[in-house]
Design a protein around this ligand. Structure first.
Ligand SMILES: [Zn+2]
Length: 327
C-alpha cells in the first residue's frame, strides 16, 4: 500500500468588531469544520478579547478532532505589522501594540500568522468564494466601516507597510463628509452601514416623503442600513433613492479601483449585499459610465459567497501561503 501524506488543517480566526469566528480549514481547501463564534465583547477589555480568541481556536480544534493541525491564521482589524505579528492600534478592541500573533502561538503551541481582516476576507473569496479561479481581485467589506483587500497574481498585495487596500478611505469628494479617519469625503463616510443610515435620517429630517419612520416606531436613531433595504424592498421610493445614491458612491469608488488595478473580479462583501439587485444593477451601470471600457468589459462585480466565513478561509490561506509557499 502506498503511504499517503495526511492533509494538514489550519485554524483560521477572524476577529471582528462584533463577533470572533474560528474554523478549521483543510490545506487543500476541500472543507471547513468546527466553525464556532462568539460576540467580541470588547468592552471587557483588551486581554479578554485575546483570551476569547484563543478559547474559540481551541473549541474549533476540539470539534475538528483527529485532524492534524499545522498552525493558526489570524485576521484582525489593523493597522498591523504582518512581519512582527503586532496589531498597532485598534481603538474598538482596545489593542495598542498588541503582540497578537505570538500570544496566540504561545498559548496554543502552534505557529501562527497575522494579517488584516479585510485582506483575509478577500483572500478567502479568492480562494474558495466568489472570485475563485482568477488572478486579480479587488474586494470591499462593507459593515460598520469599509475595508478592502487587493489580490494580484493570486497573492495579497500589502504595499510597503501593510496599509495597501484601505479602499474605504479613498477620497470620492475632496470637500465632502468628515470620516472617522480624519479625512474628508472618504467612500466609507458615504457607503458604510452607519453612513447609509445617517444619509437616510438626514433626508427624513429634511422632510422626505417616506414610510421609513414607521419601521422604527418614529424613533429615527433606530434606522439602520438594514431598515433602509427593507423599506426599499417594500417599494418605498425614498429608501430606493438612498440605495441608488449608495450605488453611485460605491460606483465612483469601484470605477477608481477598476481603472487602477484592472481586476477580473470586484467582490463586495457584507450586509450591504442584502440590498441585492437594487444595489448591484445601478452600481454596475455607474461603474460602466465612469471607468475605461476595456477594463469594465473584463470585470465581474459580484457579492461575496462566503458570508460569515470568508475571513476564516482567508486567514487560513495566509498561513498556508506563508508556510508552504502556495495556496
Ligand atoms: Zn476615511
Amino acid at each position: 500500500m502506498p503511504s499517503r501524506r495526511p492533509v494538514h488543517y489550519i485554524v483560521g480566526v477572524d476577529v471582528g468588531g462584533t463577533n470572533i469566528v474560528a474554523g478549521t480549514v483543510a490545506q487543500d481547501g476541500s472543507e471547513i469544520v468546527g466553525v464556532v463564534s462568539e460576540p467580541t465583547a470588547s468592552e471587557q477589555g483588551a486581554d479578554a478579547v485575546v483570551d476569547r480568541l484563543i478559547r474559540l481556536a481551541r473549541a474549533s480544534m476540539t470539534q475538528a478532532q483527529g485532524k492534524e493541525i499545522a498552525g493558526v491564521g489570524i485576521g484582525s482589524p489593523g493597522p498591523l505589522d504582518t512581519k512582527t505579528g503586532v496589531v498597532l492600534l485598534t481603538p474598538n478592541l482596545g489593542w495598542v501594540n498588541m503582540p497578537l500573533r505570538d500570544r496566540v502561538a504561545t498559548a496554543l503551541g502552534l505557529p501562527a500568522t497575522l494579517d488584516n481582516d479585510a485582506n483575509c476576507a478577500i483572500f478567502g473569496e479568492w480562494w474558495r468564494g466568489a472570485a475563485r479561479g482568477v488572478e486579480h481581485v479587488v474586494g470591499l467589506t462593507i459593515g460598520t466601516g469599509i475595508g478592502g483587500g487587493i489580490v494580484l497574481h493570486g497573492d495579497i498585495y500589502r504595499g510597503a507597510s501593510d496599509i495597501a487596500g484601505e479602499i474605504g478611505h479613498m477620497t470620492i469628494d475632496s470637500t465632502g463628509r468628515r470620516c472617522k479617519c480624519g479625512n474628508y469625503g472618504c467612500l466609507e463616510a458615504y457607503a458604510s452601514g452607519p453612513a447609509i443610515a445617517a444619509r437616510a435620517v438626514e433626508g427624513v429630517e429634511a422632510g422626505a416623503d417616506t414610510s421609513l419612520p414607521r419601521y422604527v416606531g418614529g424613533n429615527l436613531p433606530l434606522i439602520t442600513a438594514q431598515v433602509v433595504y427593507e423599506a426599499a424592498h417594500d417599494g418605498d421610493e425614498y429608501a430606493l433613492e438612498v440605495v441608488r445614491d449608495t450605488a453611485k458612491f460605491l460606483g465612483a469608488g469601484v470605477a477608481n479601483i477598476i481603472n487602477i488595478f484592472n481586476p477580473q473580479v470586484v467582490v463586495i462583501c457584507g450586509g450591504v449585499t442584502l440590498a441585492g439587485d437594487k444595489l448591484f444593477v445601478p452600481l454596475r451601470s455607474e461603474v460602466k459610465r465612469r471607468a475605461f471600457k476595456p477594463a469594465v468589459e473584463v470585470c465581474r462585480i459580484v457579492p461575496g459567497e462566503l458570508p460569515g466565513t470568508a475571513g476564516v478561509w482567508g486567514a487560513a490561506a495566509v498561513f498556508i501561503r506563508r508556510t508552504w509557499g502556495r495556496v
